[in-house]
Design a protein around this ligand. Structure first.
Ligand code: DP6
Length: 366
């Protein structure tokens, strides 16, 4: 079993003065949801997600060793500039600083360098799509790339595992955006290698039905969320249904193991839609309670149910912590479902906007 201490490096064998890396990391959509956490970003229950392909963050990390002529500067402070879509972005800095503080013990060289973090998303920045998962994953990949230069003997397994471990400390769901199509995060008895510390590629058989699975993201509401995920997770402490919910996530994940193997889409839909509604039920039964769905979220859900009943096409929805709807369906019904979306769902999207995505592979060095 891994512990966090396994990611504290011993002395480095190599040095590097300056350079740059560039990585992209995708967003992901959870099927079994992470909602509730313990100290140090340890999830209250395991989750599993599809890695996306098109919605991603591209981050370039430029680094230069701080000069010894400014010794006061050398090891006492983090030093970084942050650019978002080419422009300095001061309001993102506190979040990055907090991330650096959390990961410093695992990357003890961080204060030795000045960094420029230049980041952009491939999806509209105000789309309400969570960018913390892709953003933190892309940054973690870059820092691991630097650590690999300092420790060239590092194995590929360690590289990806630690990248996911670091990404988790930035944002929990980010640890599922590093490597693989289907990623599990959180200890689950029946999934060998699963860990609360990092995401792992789903290790069992995945049926052809899930190959190139499609996710069309309907942008229902692009406004700022009234309640952030961080606050929402916190409200699972002393939540009246928390313990039962955490147990249910384990049960649903076990069910998905069998479903991924059999390719049974009817059962897949039941688990996925139930997970989405349970997530929102947890929000509605928190104290204080809140609702992130909008009227159009419900319109879309009802339209999907009606279409599915009429056509038998295995299309379903999931939600993350917001009003947008992820429409999930196998590749072989793509044409029909896209036509349905254009005919019947676009009207419920803000400015008619939606994003076509599909299952992807994870982070990529550019
Ligand atoms: C509803 O990963 O955004 O999308 O760890 O506080 O950064 P923090 O939370 P975050 O929570 C994601 C919650 C979710 C479900 C999921 O992705 O599993």
């Amino acid at each position: 079993m891994f512990t966090a201490a396994d990611f504290i490096p011993e002395t480095y064998t190599s040095t590097i003065e300056k350079g740059n890396f560039e990585w992209s990391a995708p967003s992901n959509i959870a099927l079994v949801k992470y909602w509730g956490k313990k100290e140090n970003q340890i999830p209250a229950n395991p989750s599993v997600s599809f890695t996306l392909n098109n919605c991603k963050t591209v981050t370039k990390l430029t680094f230069e060793k701080k000069s010894i002529s400014t010794p006061h500067n050398v090891t006492t402070e983090f030093s970084f500039d942050l650019l978002f879509e080419g422009k300095p972005k001061e309001d993102f800095k506190p979040k990055i600083k907090k991330f650096l503080e959390r990961i410093e013990v695992y990357l003890p060289f961080l204060k030795d360098y000045h960094f420029t973090i230049d980041t952009q998303n491939t999806f509209p920045h105000s789309s309400g799509i969570a960018s913390s998962a892709s953003g933190m994953a892309a940054l973690a990949m870059n820092f691991m790339n630097l650590e690999k230069k300092l420790n060239p003997e590092m194995t590929e397994d360690y590289f990806y595992q630690k990248a996911s471990f670091l990404a988790r400390l930035g944002s929990g769901s980010a640890c599922r955006s590093v490597k693989g199509n289907v990623v599990v995060w959180g200890t689950q008895a029946n999934i060998k290698g699963s860990s609360d510390l990092f995401g792992v590629e789903f290790p069992h058989t995945i049926h052809e039905n899930f190959k190139n699975y499609q996710d069309t993201i309907l942008l229902v509401d692009k406004g700022e969320k009234q309640v952030s995920s961080t606050v929402g997770h916190d409200l699972m402490h002393n939540h009246p249904y928390a313990e039962r919910r955490f147990a249910q996530a384990h049960e649903n994940l076990d069910q998905l193991i069998a479903i991924f193997e059999s390719g049974n889409l009817e059962e897949f839909i039941k688990v996925v839609e139930s997970e989405a509604l349970t997530l929102h039920a947890m929000m509605m039964t928190s104290m204080p309670y809140f609702i992130l769905m909008k009227p159009n979220t419900l319109q879309i859900i009802n339209a999907i149910w009606k279409y599915r009943a009429e056509t038998n096409i295995p299309v379903c929805f999931t939600l993350d912590a917001g009003a947008n709807v992820h429409v999930l369906y196998p590749e072989n019904v793509k044409e029909k479902v896209l036509q349905f979306i254009k005919n019947e769902l676009v009207g419920f999207c803000q400015n008619g906007q939606y994003i076509c995505d599909e299952i992807g592979e994870g982070a990529i060095a550019l």
